[in-house]
Design a protein around this ligand. Sequence first.
Ligand code: NDP
Length: 250
Amino acid sequence: MTAEKSRVALVTGGMGGLGEAICLKLAALGHIVVTTHSPGNAKTKEWLTGMRQQGHEFHAYPCDVTDYDSCVACVAAVVKEVGPVDVLVNNAGITRDMTFKKMDRINWDLVVKTNLDSCFNMTKQVADGMIDRGWGRIINISSVNGQKGAFGQTNYSAAKAGMHGFTKALALEVARKGVTVNTISPGYIGTKMVMAIPQEVLDSKIIPQIPMGRLGKPEEVAGLVAYLASEEAAFLTGANIAINGGQHMF
Ligand code: NDP
């Protein structure tokens, strides 16, 4: 990748497994990295200190991505204190798995709000500025399970599939404005969330589904985010890029 102009990159959920790798990669390329964290996240200070000790000066703002007003306040503070957002990575997400028989309204709403409504809530705050400045990158982190469906994930699969519908429609609207919008659909990545799955389940049920015979690495997804955020990716928009070790091809 060629040398990049330094941009302000906002990564939602940047303290999570994938988010942290994305923050580190964007910072390594010289971008100014801002992350959000849930308002109640008590580990923020500790995380920022740990990153500082590794030489990274990240900015962090509280934001509940399910709450529109919280997103308004968060991005307003980022713009005022750090600068206009050039790259938005909609990465915050949750799962609440259960069969449809057991699925209740609370867990449906929570997952759809966190994974899908969040894309509207956050993108709405940055899109006009990107259009006005003639440059922007919006990157939505979906999932292989939004592409193929998954047992016990009607909520998550629906929300993650919805993210790509959002990507495609918005990509059309901003295509001539220097703004690209893309989806990344990772398969199983070896984050803490996935590593918490018992090893025997990983070995017997999950790894056998992956032709490469291993989990993905957060850094591999981060590398793809970095490419989509780059100048070189200017002609790439409305895509849903699978990164899943061959688990699902279409
Ligand atoms: P983590 O659980 O490690 O991180 C999720 C992040 O989302 C956390 O930093 C959390 O912040 C944040 N978050 C959750 N709810 C909210 C909220 N309401 N408001 C603000 N932030 C919130 O997950 P991963 O890093 O593994 O996943 C990141 C993304 O990648 C998700 O969208 C996930 O669906 C997707 N993905 C992950 C895969 C994997 O194998 N790990 C595979 C495919 C997709 P906090 O801790 O502060 O609450």
